[in-house]
Design a protein around this ligand. Structure first.
Ligand code: HEM
Length: 411
């Protein structure tokens, strides 16, 4: 039997969403890490080429150093290769330096344990209700009937968005980032992003007339009046990024969790028996699902990364779905190990841009594990799971399942 040939970067186009669904991708990343830890991706379709960073150690080096690798021109390939992010310098994820730190520090207050305590209770109740309904229905599409409701509701609660506005926001949020179709209509995504910005512009006007309040929008309104003198654009762009950052990624992690449990009956049995530390397991599920495939930066000066000569202005991309399966950091990386500690996964990135909403995402994932363990005896996947097409996000948009109810005695 001849050994399987592993693809190289000259045969793998990372700008094509379909690439990220290739079954041989894990082998490709293993080869990249071993042979070309920082590799040059050739230009595609008239767009510039870019550096591809695959090992865990070099990924953290890039994430940590925003003085050398800035986010100001964008933090995903889609914008970096198309002239940069129009919100650069005006939205947390694509800002750097002192102002980024100051705005981040202020917004982090909304994510403190004290602030999240009541939200945690609401998330747990909502999750239990949705899972109970799914159990009662005899079968559902977890990705459609359960997963979307929790993250959007949680972030809308934090932003204090009126309930009547939420369906429209959700439709636009999912179209803005990923696609269920292989050949997505880019115009549709642009219209959805504009729809979100327009909504937050209207909301800003409404909220500007009222006292600031201590929800996230209130904090941002407060910053427009305080020494930071946040501009209207900064307010609108940050609301937009909180919604997008908080919705789609968490949804994909929730869906991936149910799939992982269905595919690992031994772990499911341990979870139901109360034989797992759920907070530790959640970290492993975040590594396993890696909802954000990559993050992008631009080199500020000529520098050497690994042994690659990076030039000022070059786009540098860090691939979380490679770093999270790097065997030099994670023993037996392709095993879902619910007891893995430490677990320095990069699903929330690392360093100055470490995910602002990580605590909320963890709450939602633990709530899912709790609800499933209490209410469900068996998870059966009843139809073909369908993946999203994206160069940035990874996961499923359809996961038909049947939840068999747990008996009175928890059987
Ligand atoms: C499983 C769920 C989530 C994943 C996988 C995730 C992933 C990430 C990643 C990888 C970054 C860093 C981007 C970069 O370095 O360029 C990030 C940043 C960010 N995330 Fe999340 N996120 C999740 C949930 C959330 C939630 C629930 C919220 C809000 C409620 C949120 C809001 C943000 C914001 C505002 C930033 C920018 C932080 C900064 O630049 O200082 N995320 N997230």
């Amino acid at each position: 039997m001849s050994p399987t040939r592993v693809a190289t970067l000259s045969e793998v186009d990372l700008t094509d969403p379909a690439t990220h669904l290739r079954p041989d991708l894990a082998d490709f990343w293993a080869r990249q890490r071993a042979e070309r830890p920082v590799a040059w991706h050739p230009p595609v379709g008239g767009r510039p080429g870019f550096w591809v960073v695959s090992p865990h150690g070099l990924a953290t080096e890039v994430y940590r150093d925003s003085a050398r690798f800035t986010s100001e021109r964008g933090n995903v390939l889609a914008t970096l290769l198309h002239g940069g992010d129009s919100a650069g310098g005006r939205m947390l994820a694509v800002s750097d330096g002192t102002r980024h730190r100051q705005i981040r520090r202020e917004l982090l207050k909304s994510f403190s344990p004290a602030n999240l305590a009541s939200l945690r209770t609401r998330v747990r109740e909502a999750m239990r209700g949705l899972v109970a309904r799914a159990v009662g229905s005899g079968g559902c599409d977890f990705a459609v009937d359960v997963a979307p409701h929790i993250p959007l509701t949680a972030i809308c609660d934090l932003l204090d968005i009126p309930v009547a506005d939420r369906d429209e926001l959700f439709a636009n949020a999912s179209t803005a980032l990923a696609s269920q179709e292989q050949h997505a209509d880019e115009l549709e995504a642009t219209l959805a992003r504009n729809g979100l910005l327009f909504y937050f512009t209207k909301l800003r006007k409404r909220r500007a007339a009222a006292p600031a309040g201590d929800d996230l929008v209130g904090r941002l309104v407060g910053m427009t009046r305080g020494p930071l003198a946040l501009t209207d654009d900064e307010l609108v762009f940050n609301c937009y990024s909180l919604l997008l950052g908080g919705d789609e990624t968490t949804r994909l992690a929730l869906i991936g969790t149910v799939r992982a449990l269905a595919e690992h009956p031994d772990l499911w049995a341990r979870l139901r028996a109360g034989d797992l530390d759920r907070a530790v397991f959640v970290e492993e599920l975040l590594r396993w699902t890696t909802p954000a495939l990559h993050a992008g930066r631009v080199a500020v000066t000529d520098t050497v990364l690994g042994d690659a000569p990076v030039r000022a202005g070059d786009v540098v991309t860090v691939w979380n779905n490679s770093a999270n399966f790097d065997g030099t950091e994670f023993a037996d990386p392709h095993r879902l190990d619910p007891d893995r500690t430490p677990n320095r996964h990069l699903s929330f990135a690392y360093g100055p841009h470490f995910c602002l909403g990580a605590a909320l995402a963890r709450i939602e994932l633990v709530a899912l594990l709790d609800a499933l363990a209490d209410l469900v005896a068996e998870i059966t996947v009843t139809g073909e799971p369908k993946p999203i097409y994206s160069t940035f996000l990874s996961g499923l948009h359809s996961l038909p399942v049947r939840f068999t109810p747990a008996g009175e005695g928890g059987s």
